[in-house]
Design a protein around this ligand. Structure first.
Ligand SMILES: [Zn+2]
Length: 288
């Protein structure tokens, strides 16, 4: 366990050194139901969720300490200006727990209702909201029903930290289930605890149109963190190359366009690396 903590902390640190201002905890696919199915007790499962946030906070501390030591400002003046770093606690969709790739189809079947989704997500949200994280990242939301479940839970639980709602799409028009991005973004827009709305784990070529659509539904900040453009094969449990794959440099050429379209928070999802973030932060540091 300790060994894994070290590895995860190092990954967070790599992203911080690359210029990240928000780090997302390794809890996307970590669920109480999943851990219990593996033989852990509920207490152990809850501890692991809290630990995912602790690890990210530790990385932030280490990073700040290092910056302080090495900073010329600090040596000269004794105080330092450093960029703020936020820890976002990740909540993956019900499909991520099923681990059958259904976060990329959004088809949960008729048996899965609003109540099923709220019951499924409630306890993890309660724990992560009180874990010391700065915000909740609802990621890879594949359909309207799950967005509604999150919005209702945030209200019912009076969640004390804000959240972002991030959807995914495979056609640049709708979210993956076929639900309208406008309707999905409107759900997040009417949720007073939502501080940003956007898209993640979606090929870069689809992002521009989606940002324009989201803007019609909300004036909240738009968050964008696409994947590399590869496709996830749920049967093989592997990412496979497809025609739309982009390298870090291409990725970066998109940033200006997405920014012009109205997005203000940028990052990378599956199959991107700290190098992607390094390239993005270089572009952004040159922007007025
Ligand atoms: Zn992803």
């Amino acid at each position: 366990m300790t060994e894994y903590s070290c590895l995860i902390r190092q990954v967070h640190l790599d992203y911080l050194h690359a210029g990240a201002s928000i780090i997302i905890t390794a809890s996307y696919q970590a669920t109480i139901q999943g851990f219990v199915a593996k033989g852990l007790s509920e207490e152990e499962a809850e501890l692991l969720l809290r630990r995912s946030v602790e690890i990210a906070c530790e990385a932030r501390e280490i990073y700040f300490d290092k910056c302080t030591e090495g900073s010329l400002d600090y040596i000269e003046s004794g105080n330092i200006s450093r960029r703020p770093v936020l820890v976002a606690a990740s909540i993956g969709s019900y499909g991520a727990y099923l681990a059958d790739g259904s976060e990329y189809s959004g088809k949960y079947g008729d048996a899965v209702t609003l109540k099923t989704l709220k019951d499924f997500h409630r306890r993890r949200l309660q724990i992560l909201a009180k874990s010391g994280a700065d915000l909740i990242a609802f990621e890879t939301i594949p359909n309207k029903l799950e967005a509604k479940a999150y919005a209702e839970l945030l209200e019912e639980e009076e969640t004390n930290i804000p959240a972002w709602f991030s959807f995914n799409s495979k056609d640049g028009i709708n979210v993956v289930s076929g639900d309208s991005i406008l309707e999905c973004a409107s759900i997040a827009d009417s949720c007073k605890r939502a501080v940003a709305v956007g898209i993640n784990c979606t090929p870069p070529r689809f992002i521009h149109g989606l940002v324009l659509a989201i803007q019609k539904a909300t004036s909240k900040p738009i968050v964008i963190y696409p994947n590399s453009g590869e496709t996830y094969n749920a049967g093989l449990k592997q990412w496979t190359k497809s025609s739309g794959v982009v390298v870090d440099e291409d990725f970066v050429s998109y940033i200006g366009k997405w920014r012009e379209a109205g997005a203000s928070l940028f990052g990378g999802c599956c199959r991107t690396t700290p190098n992607t973030i390094r390239a993005i932060s270089r572009v952004l540091s040159k922007c007025p």
